[in-house]
Write a protein that binds this ligand. Sequence first.
Ligand code: FAD
Length: 172
Amino acid sequence: MSPPKVVIAGAGPAGLMAAEVLARGGARVTVHDRMPSPARRLLMAGRGGLNLTHSEPFEALAGRYGARTGRLAPLLRAFTPGDLRAWADGLGQDTFVGSSGRVFPRALKASPLLRAWLARLDALGVELSLRSAWAGWDADGRPRFRGPDGVETGVEADALLLALGGATEARV
Ligand SMILES: Cc1cc2nc3c(=O)[nH]c(=O)nc-3n(C[C@H](O)[C@H](O)[C@H](O)COP(=O)(O)OP(=O)(O)OC[C@H]3O[C@@H](n4cnc5c(N)ncnc54)[C@H](O)[C@@H]3O)c2cc1C
């Protein structure tokens, strides 16, 4: 049986992390993004030092999600702040705890982390398709992507994962 093909729309941190996990699990993964380069918002976040997570005890951190703590705590437990720091460390991005308890990469920017992450994804066989905007589904139920020439093409996939980010800053 050939490995499942997963198409991800959105090359921000959510889409890239999903790509890493799925590729490690044996899936063939292509990540599409409508922009000409991936993770632009992550790079913007890096300008502020890139607050990756917080060092406070797990229960305090989980409690910050208020009414949604019950739903989110199992997800946070499955990938803890410690796991995130170890992941960044694995990309050569050592982290430190600031005076506020927040955790930052020692480089205080996102670009080295992103570079190492993209190299890792490339080594895992993840393909990037840039200037390729998810535009819905075609008549056969396949996800449709619009290229820079405006032409929309249906793409074969066993699964589509949408990681399109929020709508607050649609331009990045
Ligand atoms: C100035 C600034 C500072 C920040 N500082 C921090 C910080 O210190 N720490 C922190 O944790 N967070 C910070 N954030 C927030 C952080 O950047 C976001 O939470 C994070 O980028 C969200 O990741 P995401 O993958 O969900 O979405 P995004 O990063 O928004 O990625 C979504 C991707 O989907 C693509 N996309 C959208 N629609 C389509 C489509 N139809 N087809 C194909 N692609 C599409 C977009 O081009 C984008 O690349 C900051 C944000 C900003 C703007």
